[in-house]
Structure formats: C-alpha cells, structure tokens
Design a binder for this molecule. Structure first.
Ligand SMILES: [Zn+2]
Length: 278
C-alpha cells in the first residue's frame, strides 16, 4: 500500500523530470509549462502524469500539435523506479537519496538520447548521490574506514575500462561524459558495476545491430511492413556502423537493471552471465 504512495510520488516527480530535461540550458525552471507551438499555458487538468497525455490523445488542447511520447514514458519510468525503491527495506533517508538518483539517471538518459551529451552538473550530481548513498549505508552498518576507501576504488576501477576506450580512440568510441558517469556506477555497485557495464555493452550492441539492419537495404522491406506509411525510406535517417549512438542510455539501463536486481535480491538475474560473488 505504501509502495503505491511512492508510485504516485514518482509519477509527479517524473513530471518535473520532464521539465528539467526540457529546460536544461535555458534560464529558469520556474513558470508554468506551455505548448511549444501555440504557447498556450497548460491547465491543471493537463498536468496529471500519464493520464493527461492519454486523455488528450497526445495532442495539444488548443492547436492539436502532437505531444511527445517522451512525457508519459519518463513519468512512468520515474514512477516505477520510486515504486521499486519504496518497496525495499532501506531507511527513509536512503530511499530519498535513491529516488533522487533515479531522477538524474532518467534525465541523463533522455538528454543524452537527444543531444549526444551528458550535462556535466547532472553527471556530478549522480556521482555525488551514489557516493553519498554508499557512505550512509556503510555508516548505518558500522563499516570500517577501509570500506569507504574501497567504494572510491571501485568507482575508479569501473570507470577505468571506459577511460581506456576513450583514451585510445581519442574520444571516438567513448565520450568523456560516459567515463565520468561510470565513477558513480562503481561507487554504487562496487564489483557489480562491471556487470552493469556488461549489460550496457550487450544492450548497446543489440540495439546498434537492429538499427543498422533496419536502415540497410534488406531491412527496408521489414521497415515497410512495420511502418507502411513511411515510403521507400529514402527520407529516413540512415544508420551505419559508423553512426554515433549515445552510450549513456545503455549505461543507465545496465546500472538500473543490476541495482534493482541487487535491491530486490533477484539472484537469477545476477548469476546469469557472470554475477560476481561478494
Ligand atoms: Zn498548442
């Protein structure tokens, strides 16, 4: 029952996460949201997470402009993240830190998807919160000081392979934002951080190959079946092996997968393909 409160709280915070993503780089977070096309200010009934988008059938009430599916998806992912955190046995303070981390994870993933860039302030907020969560937890279980040093060490260890990729490819294979972001993965997950990296590369490879296939000649017929209105596909953006695909969303997918599996102790997911025994 209480977990449902966390879900509702998450849906509302998810709504603010959309605002955070949309207004990054602009002057302020204040002021009511408006339709970007006609400028009509949104009414209170247009601000209900997920439901407003559905009732408006993804269109602006005033000018019929389409409203991106990003909005309900972000709201649902943040809502479910809060739900998953709310239903663990962590202390309230740890839950609140964890929820803030979910907000930054989702915001970074969506921003990176659109802009091929991770906002520096968000990456350091994520790193700081991840380290804070681990330190508060270590404090609660009365760990030795070595454990704190170890947490820092795991951050550097998990970021190291990404730094190597970044360094030896001169930034072509891996952005420096991804390297900095991986510090937080190690702070949070320790040795399991490598499992998160594994899932990031695996999911990235699968999606990457699918994108290459669907933009190839052979994929054109499959694409035509899926989206018959899109024509010959000449206008569609071609994706080749050389195209840049942001890695952030995959890093974040891997992190959330391993983190939530650990939180809920779903060992089958962890033991699948090389979970590390602690
Ligand atoms: Zn409008």
């Amino acid at each position: 029952m209480l977990a449902l409160v966390w879900l509702g709280f998450g849906l509302i915070i998810g709504s603010f996460t959309n605002v955070l993503i949309l207004r990054e780089g602009t002057d302020a977070l204040k002021g009511r949201s408006a339709c970007p096309l006609c400028g009509k200010k949104l009414e209170v009934r247009d601000l209900i997470p997920v439901l407003s988008w559905m009732f408006l059938r993804a269109r602006c009430r005033a000018c019929d402009a389409p409203i991106s599916v990003q909005y309900p998806i972000v709201e649902m992912v943040v809502g479910l993240g809060f739900f998953a955190i709310g239903s663990t046995v962590m202390s309230l303070f740890l839950k609140l830190i964890a929820c803030a981390m979910v907000v930054f994870l989702v915001a970074i993933a969506v921003y990176d998807l659109y802009h091929m860039l991770m906002p520096n302030a968000w990456v350091w907020a994520w790193n700081g919160l991840a380290l804070m969560l681990t330190c508060v937890w270590l404090l609660q279980v009365g760990a030795d000081y070595e454990q704190y040093v170890l947490a820092l060490g795991w951050g550097i260890a998990v970021a190291a392979p990404l730094f190597a990729l970044h360094f030896f490819s001169r930034g072509a294979w891996m952005g420096f934002g991804d390297v900095k972001f991986a510090l937080g993965i190690g702070f949070l997950l320790g040795p399991y951080g490598f499992l998160a990296l594994f899932y990031a590369f695996l999911s990235g490879a699968i999606i990457g190959l699918l994108l290459v296939f669907f933009s190839s000649e052979r994929g054109a017929s499959v694409r035509a079946l899926v989206t018959p209105t899109q024509g010959s596909g000449e206008s569609a953006q071609k994706v080749t092996m050389k195209s840049e695909v942001p890695f952030g969303p995959f890093l974040i997918f891997g992190t959330l997968l391993v983190w939530f599996a650990l939180l809920h102790a779903h060992m089958p997911i962890l033991s699948f393909l090389g979970g590390l025994p602690l």
